[in-house]
Design a protein. Structure first.
Length: 439
């Protein structure tokens, strides 16, 4: 049977009033004509009884409120394991039922959330991409909030990174990684030299979390993928060269056979035309082979001092661009012909990217012990896939491209003890950076 709180307390008050009246009538019978004494004795009997009765009814409700306060505090702290019981069938029972239902829903949501977080953490921890979540901390620099196993192996030999400052972690990192992080934006960079050279792709994004600015860094190891790509590229090169040789040698063999047949018949009037065609096809084949041989047999650089104004002036006669900032007054030490070819390739690529000619820029500056040469454009930039393969020999996204332009630039830079970096620019476009030792 359901009794509401109003009914229960109304019945309680009515009962106390009835008892008080009965006591007053009984006392008036024993003490007639003495109303003050009857009133005093009635209060002495009714008030303690009322207090004890009301307290006995209110005390469980107060205990219930304290229990509700405790469970709400537990909910606030993330503990949803509590539930309550109320033996009466009234409004408080409905409140407790709703409270327990809420706790059940929160427990289910917490369990699902924990399972999803566990799954996500397992995936993130076991991904080969190094992930670093940084939180900006004024006066201290960026601090590591989260790092997966790949990031720990890369930066700290497997030790935990949470709570450490990024600049302290980078103190023992490779100069290439420091340079890539200092440069900003996404892009490729190489670490190590020779057979130990490793290629990485850096991606970064900024967002706000709990009112604080955070940055997510993703470092992807691309060496194995690039090597597989190089194998595929060399196979493609072999097919291209084989196709070109067949296209040239088959007509040459046919023309030679036709010439021999004409000589045998004594019809020599067509021989000059045949010989001219043979010469033309031979020159085309020679030009084709030399283009690949130039890349494959790049000579060792002959270092000599070269003033930048003279080199920039020669480049300006071949392609349009503008110089950003002041040219360094210190003469550079490199192979002038090779460096001119490298910069010419980069500037022509900038024009072919779809950039306006006035947005093609060249910047030369010294950064510590390195000479930094940047070529900027405002073209379409590069996708991640193109950034990954752009420096691979014979890789090209152009229909008539040979894929040797950037590869030759890389070969020239590495022959001078430097390296090439590619990165998309904010607002669109690409920046290609040559880092050379400053001597």
């Amino acid at each position: 049977m359901r009794l509401s709180l109003v009914t229960r307390f109304s019945a309680l008050v009515g009962t106390l009033l009835a008892v008080g009246i009965l006591i007053a009538l009984a006392l008036d019978h024993y003490f007639p004509g003495r109303p003050l004494l009857v009133f005093a004795l009635c209060l002495a009997c009714v008030v303690p009884t009322a207090i004890i009765t009301v307290r006995s009814q209110v005390q469980p409700i107060l205990s219930l409120f304290r229990a509700l306060e405790g469970t709400v505090t537990s909910y606030r702290d993330g503990d949803f394991s509590f539930s309550l019981h109320w033996p009466q069938n009234d409004e408080l029972a409905d409140l407790i039922a709703a409270h327990n239902a809420l706790g059940h829903v929160l427990r289910e949501q917490r369990r699902d959330l924990v399972q999803r977080e566990l799954l996500l953490d397992t995936m993130v921890q076991n991904t080969p991409v190094a992930m670093l979540l940084l939180a900006d901390a004024p006066q201290r620099g960026a601090a590591v909030v989260y790092a997966n196993l790949a990031a720990r192996q890369l930066l700290a030999d497997g030790r935990k990174l949470e709570g450490h400052r990024l600049d302290a972690l980078l103190a023992e990192a490779s100069p290439a990684l420091k340079e890539a992080l200092a440069r900003g934006g996404d892009g490729l960079f190489t670490a190590g030299e020779g057979e130990e050279e490793e290629v990485y792709h850096l991606a970064r994004s900024h967002f706000s979390l709990n009112g604080r600015r955070h940055e997510l860094l993703l470092l992807r190891h691309l060496t194995a993928e690039l090597r597989r790509q190089e194998v595929q590229t060399w196979k493609k090169v072999i097919r291209v060269i084989s196709h070109e040789l067949n296209n040239s040698l088959a007509p040459l063999a046919s023309l030679a056979h036709s010439g021999a047949e004409l000589v045998r018949r004594g019809q020599t009037e067509r021989l000059p035309q045949i010989l001219e065609t043979i010469g033309e096809r031979t020159r085309h084949l020679e030009s084709f082979i030399l283009g690949y041989a130039r890349f494959a047999k790049l000579p060792s650089p002959r270092l000599q001092r070269c003033p930048w104004p003279a080199l920039v002036a020669r480049l300006g006669t071949q392609v349009a661009f503008r110089v950003t900032g002041e040219l360094t007054e210190e003469a550079a030490q490199f192979d002038t012909a090779q460096m001119e070819q490298a910069l010419l390739n980069l500037l022509k690529n900038a024009h072919e990217s779809g950039s306006r000619p006035e947005d093609v820029e060249l910047q030369v500056r010294r950064v510590q012990d390195m000479l930094r040469i940047d070529v900027f454009d405002r073209g379409s930039g590069m996708s991640e896939a193109v950034l990954t393969n752009a420096l691979v020999p014979f890789y090209s996204t152009k229909r008539s491209g040979t894929g040797l332009g950037l590869a030759l630039v890389r070969e020239i830079a590495e022959a001078h003890g430097g390296r090439v970096l590619l990165a998309n620019r904010e607002g669109g476009g690409l920046v290609v950076t040559l880092l050379l030792p400053a001597t």
